[in-house]
Ligand binder design. Structure first.
Ligand code: KE4
Length: 440
């Protein structure tokens, strides 16, 4: 192995064997197992800025960014310092702290859906979406929810649904262990299809509590909303008394400081946050209109709780992250670097005759291995997954760490400078040459 080959070396393989004896699949989250790209995952010893260092001593340029949180780059000194300082005063109290209120105030000032509203801190994106939907059901007294096919909102039972055929379909369990009853009220519509939502609301008149949506899809690969889609959803929800929930776990503080809702100027009734909001520590949040959130215990009858919710270390990391984002406003730079990367990848794919369709919004991007434009999950699934797997392996062998799935978004951080992007494009030149030979 050369010194930039990120594929699992002897030490990573040894550690994977150990982990596989005691952890399902050797991983604490399925996508990390590299199942869809082949090979075994490199084990990571440390991370700094735009790079990861593996247990085999190889330094990789990272576009996973711990699945989104590392917007500022890994191990930002001000965030690490804030966490270490908070830790000196104790790790968790399970009681009220001043910092929680300060953090909630900052969130309510920054995120449009939280302005004059209420927000509750939790420990993951899954908790945020699960809780927001329970509150929407409690507030409306309705049971049905609508989600987009290919949208991922964490692993709560009601959200683990597989799409059937047809435009708007009744959810069917998307995982063993999810009872049919848990998804019987979950309706699926194609992303970016306003007519399907209109039809669904008509068919299930006065029965739908909420629509939950990634305002920029990231879990089918990066897929932006088509013009008018978010605005149309807003109108349909207003007309039908439906709670519009933007799942901004991935897009929050990524697309802009105020998230996708600020970028597209469409304010949902509720918002779910995660990833960047915790600066890399386990923090999620959900909130929105005051009259909705007043249903939440202890104010109202909708129960939700959490031992480590508002944890001092997570709040310290989140506050430090918001401080940096508000002070440095890195979004124009993030967009510039992402455009440079995506344009470079597109030119290289063209040069090598590899069909690639790029989507990007701010510092989220995906190169789909197909020629057609990707506007929803059905489009995304037309991608050449063998070509993607080959590309992933070849990039890793050249020191570039990409999400091990065609259906994930890549992330550029503040630390991805010109030299980092140039190194990435040089690696992609070689990788795409191999892909071209492979797909013939
Ligand atoms: P967590 O429970 O993983 O913190 O958040 C769930 C979630 C909710 N909403 C959106 C839009 C999300 O993207 C996620 C989690 N994202 C995945 C990757 N796309 C996390 C990676 C993983 O599952 O290991």
């Amino acid at each position: 192995m050369n010194n930039s080959d990120g594929r699992a070396g002897p030490r990573s393989l040894e550690l994977f064997a150990t982990a596989s004896r005691v952890i399902p699949g050797g991983v604490n989250s399925p996508v990390r197992a590299f199942s869809s790209v082949g090979g075994k995952p490199p084990f990571i010893r440390s991370a700094q800025g735009a790079t990861l260092t593996t247990e085999d001593g190889v330094t990789l340029i990272d576009y996973v960014g711990t699945w989104g949180p590392a917007l500022l780059g890994h191990g930002h000194p001000a965030v690490v310092e804030a966490v270490c300082k908070a830790a000196q005063d104790g790790l968790s109290f399970g009681a009220c702290t001043g910092a929680e209120g300060t953090f909630a105030e900052r969130l309510c000032m920054i995120v449009p859906a939280l302005r004059n509203g209420l927000v509750r801190l939790v420990n993951s994106g899954t908790e945020a979406t699960m809780s927001a939907l329970r509150v929407a059901r409690g507030f409306t007294g309705r049971d049905k929810i609508i989600k987009a096919d290919g949208g991922y909102h964490g692993h709560a039972d009601m959200l683990l649904v597989a799409a059937g055929s047809g435009a708007a379909t009744m959810g069917i369990p998307g995982s063993k262990g999810v009872p049919a009853g848990a998804v019987q009220d979950t309706l699926l519509v194609p992303y970016n299809d306003l007519e399907a939502v209109r039809e669904c609301l008509h068919t299930h008149k006065n029965q739908v509590a909420a629509i939950i949506l990634e305002p920029v899809a990231g879990n089918m690969g990066c897929v932006p909303p088509v013009a008018g889609y978010l605005e149309g959803l807003r109108q349909l929800c207003d007309r039908n008394g439906v709670v519009l929930i933007f799942d901004e776990v991935m897009t929050g503080f990524r697309i802009s400081l105020g998230g996708a809702q600020a970028h597209y100027n469409v304010t949902p009734d509720m918002v779910c946050l995660g990833k960047i909001v915790g600066g890399g520590l386990p923090v999620g949040a959900y909130g929105g209109r005051r009259n909705i959130m007043q249903c939440v215990a202890p104010l109202g009858p909708v129960y939700q709780a959490g031992t480590l919710s508002g944890n001092p270390l997570g709040v310290a990391a989140g506050l430090a992250t918001l401080d940096i984002l508000e002070r440095e406003k890195p979004y124009p730079q993030l967009a510039t670097q992402t455009v440079k990367l995506v344009a470079g990848l597109g030119a290289l794919a063209k040069r090598h005759g590899v069909p690639m369709s790029e989507n990007h919004v701010a510092s989220m991007f995906t190169g789909f291995f197909q020629a057609a434009k990707v506007c929803n999950y059905a489009d995304a699934r037309q991608s050449n997954l063998e070509a993607f797997a080959c590309y992933h392996r070849e990039m890793l062998a050249r020191g570039i760490y990409l999400a091990p799935s065609q259906f994930e978004a890549g992330f550029v951080s503040v630390a991805h400078d010109d030299a980092t992007i140039d190194r990435t494009l040089a690696a992609a030149d070689g990788a795409l040459k191999v892909v071209a030979q492979t797909i013939g």
